[in-house]
Design a protein around this ligand. Structure first.
Ligand SMILES: C[S@@+](CC[C@H](N)C(=O)[O-])C[C@H]1O[C@@H](n2cnc3c(N)ncnc32)[C@H](O)[C@@H]1O
Length: 296
């Protein structure tokens, strides 16, 4: 016997959910969750799930959606309301105008890191040079450098095989050649003056930093964010190891936390670097430090 009440003859007809209705619902829910760019994110997430760009979403606003489509969009919005970064939901983030795949195995590349790319390009010749990016994550830095200086021999490493897989996929998509390897900073590289430049954006947040419990950081790999010694230990290891693998006159450029610059400059001085300088991000924070290995 069917015990389910059949109200269909009595309930008022409900309006079919259209794209415009669903967009408005998504925006309302994202706003209520405290997301500032709720309108933009609603368009991105609804468009992603329906496979439509913003223009089509608007042009087809009256189009009615199937229950499956509505369910899939609502499930995506639920995840965003729960805090999952929009870049992970879309599987993509733009960096240095390059569309990069991202997933939960890699850090979401930040606009601040474009300062490191900018400074590195200022130090690279137009001709051949051998460059390595340590802790490459999605491959953001080395792919940006290779896209601007096709003649460099590009190398990159990470301890995370998940990150290396996404970085290699990005390189394939962009048709850029990079040599990838897995390893702890420069441990796997024999001590010879291989490189003209070493760049890195290593983990530099202290384990007890409250920012780790906020925003996107809650969902990114801890191994990409946190370093021992109040966030300084990986930076210190790289500065210590760099001199063994840089040619004399070669450059080391590091991204770091905005209060760490004086300590990083001191580390550079203690390890035979000269022409040491820190550079400010658009917010005015010292974010990148560079130095040249003294000539012999
Ligand atoms: C802050 S993320 C930077 C990712 C990417 N370079 C970027 O700027 O978007 C730091 C990266 O360092 C990697 N990493 C952490 N410890 C490492 C180690 N001991 N050796 C090499 N890479 C490491 C992490 O897996 C992560 O991909």
């Amino acid at each position: 016997m069917n015990t389910k009440p059949n109200n269909s003859q009595h309930s008022p007809p409900t309006e079919p959910t259209s794209i415009a209705n669903l967009l408005a619902e998504a925006r309302r829910r994202l706003l209520a969750a405290g997301i500032e760019s709720a309108g933009l994110e609603a368009r991105l997430l609804v468009g992603y799930q329906l496979n439509m760009d913003a223009t089509r979403l608007i042009a087809h606003g009256e189009q009615a959606l199937s229950d499956d489509q509505i369910g899939a969009v609502r499930a995506l919005i639920n995840q965003r309301v729960d805090g999952v970064p929009v870049a992970y939901l879309l599987g993509q983030r733009e960096f240095w105008s390059l569309p990069l795949r991202v997933d939960e195995y890699c850090l979401i590349p930040r606009p601040d890191t474009e300062l490191l790319v900018e400074r590195a390009l200022g130090r690279l010749p137009d001709g051949p040079a051998r460059v390595i990016d340590l802790g490459t994550g999605s491959g953001a830095i080395i792919l940006a450098l290779k896209s601007e200086r096709p003649r460099i021999e590009a190398w990159a490493s990470d301890t995370s095989s998940g990150a290396l897989a996404i970085a290699a996929a990005n390189a394939r998509d962009l048709r850029l050649d990079v040599h990838w390897f897995r390893g702890h900073w420069l441990d796997a590289v024999s001590p010879r003056p291989w490189f003209d430049m070493i760049v890195s954006n290593p983990p530099y947040i202290g384990a007890s930093d409250p920012h780790l419990e906020q925003g996107d950081l809650r969902f990114e790999p801890r191994s990409a964010l946190v370093a021992a010694g109040s966030g300084l230990s990986d930076l210190a290891t790289i500065v210590r190891q760099a001199g063994r693998c840089l040619r004399p006159g070669g450059w080391l450029l590091l991204e770091h936390g905005h209060t760490q610059a004086p300590l990083i400059r001191r580390m550079f001085e203690e390890h035979a670097f000269v022409a040491i300088a820190s550079h400010r991000d658009p917010a005015g924070h010292e974010r990148v430090t560079e130095g040249r290995l003294a000539d012999e």
